[in-house]
Design a protein around this ligand. Structure first.
Ligand code: ATP
Length: 367
């Protein structure tokens, strides 16, 4: 068993700086929990408090049902991997991975077996006799991971372990971390500011901002039903359109979102209609994701905005159209249509007006 419970944990740094504010959170046995948030939100502080590297100002930390606020780091049975997994430069890869078991005076045959097994799982079995100075960044992080995991701690803490690697290596190692940690079943708390990393790795994600927990849930829960506008915006690397709307339910026939220049109607069969109707007579903030918007023909009868295409950008995998809807610009995927390109280059007769008459609506509402 290995669970972590944080109960109203607060961290005040010298100078009265409140880095973590009465934060309550738990990680269940075998769970992969990701702490996500912008730089300075307090996620490393939280991880360091769990590891015992930083004191807790107020509140309690429970490890496996026991208060651990004052437990020495070495008695927590916790292993940590940092951004720059600092390795012992004069030890070989084998010596680095084996180190925690050697100081615990483990049986040498068992040490050999574990190191061999782990180095294969981490694809560094060819480097076992080399020193860290001769390894690539990705290989060094694999060794750091191996060294942390080798003694099978009850809790695995990782602080942005992939952030110094290039994009390709990050994706590769991300998949390996996921497979390895899950095969061992070790409870893991993983810190990152990278949304994709959080969404792909986590069983649950906890999102922090300025030391305050904003939301916690499975990736799908927080992506589809974010608790706050901050969470919705942070999870969308592309611009999220956040628009204020008044809610009405004319004669109880449907739900109407009035954005001022535009209105959207949602039938009662729409899964969002009931929740939005709870705010009838008031204002709500509506998040429209670019990936939930698409051009529709003029004959389209579902919820839609009518807008003027101001600019088109080619992004390799798709086009983005910046559309003026009388509200913030709305980037939408645009098929690579030669007419669009010509319009962008100003070569088509009339230029952009050729694309003006387009309607935009929620993609899932498409016929
Ligand atoms: P990053 O992703 O940039 O590492 P983070 O979310 O991990 O950010 P923390 O390192 O936990 O953030 O820092 C939270 C806040 O506490 C920051 O404003 C930071 O400047 C401050 N802080 C961290 N350590 C100390 C310290 N020892 N003394 C005073 N303030 C600190």
């Amino acid at each position: 068993m290995s669970s972590v419970v944080l109960d109203k944990v607060t961290k005040v740094y010298p100078g009265d700086f409140l880095a973590v504010d009465r934060l309550s959170l738990h990680a269940d046995d075998g769970e992969f929990l990701v702490l996500l948030g912008p730089s300075g939100c307090g996620k490393s502080t939280l991880l360091r408090m769990i590891a015992g590297l930083e004191g807790i100002t107020e509140g309690s930390l429970w490890l496996d049902g026991q208060v651990a606020n004052h437990l020495a780091p070495r008695d927590r049975d916790v292993a940590m991997v940092f951004q720059n997994g600092a390795l012992y430069p004069h030890r070989t890869v084998r010596g680095n991975i084996a180190f925690p078991l050697e100081i615990a005076k483990a049986d040498p045959a068992m040490v050999r077996e574990r190191v061999t097994e782990l180095s294969k799982a981490l694809h560094i079995d060819e480097t076992l006799d080399r020193r860290p100075g001769t390894l690539s960044g990705g290989q060094r992080q694999r060794v750091a991971m191996g060294r942390a995991i080798v003694r099978r701690p009850r809790l695995f803490l990782m602080d942005e372990p992939l952030s110094n690697l290039d994009a390709g290596m990050r994706t590769e190692l991300r998949m390996e971390i996921s497979a390895l940690v899950r095969s061992l079943g070790v409870t893991t708390i993983y810190v990152t500011h990278d949304q994709v990393e959080a969404l792909t790795l986590a069983d649950r994600i906890a999102i922090l901002n300025r030391g305050v927990l904003q939301d916690v849930g499975t990736p799908a829960q927080i992506y589809n039903d974010p608790a706050t506008a901050f969470v919705a915006a942070f999870l969308n690397s592309q611009q999220l359109n956040l628009l204020a709307a008044e809610v009405r339910t004319p004669q109880n026939q449907y739900v109407l979102l009035d954005f001022g220049p535009h209105q959207l109607t949602l039938p009662w069969s729409d899964p969002r209609a009931y929740a939005i109707s709870q705010h009838t007579g008031g204002q709500v903030l509506v998040g429209l994701r670019p990936d939930g918007l698409a051009p529709v023909p003029e004959s389209y009868e579902g919820p839609s905005f009518y807008g003027r295409v101001r600019a088109l950008e080619y992004h390799g995998h798709d086009w983005l159209a910046y559309v003026d809807c009388g509200i913030p610009h709305v980037p939408v995927p645009e098929p690579p249509d030669p007419r669009a390109r010509a319009a962008q280059d100003g070569e088509a007769p009339g230029g952009l007006p050729g694309l003006v008459r387009r309607l935009f609506g929620w993609q899932e509402e498409h016929p």
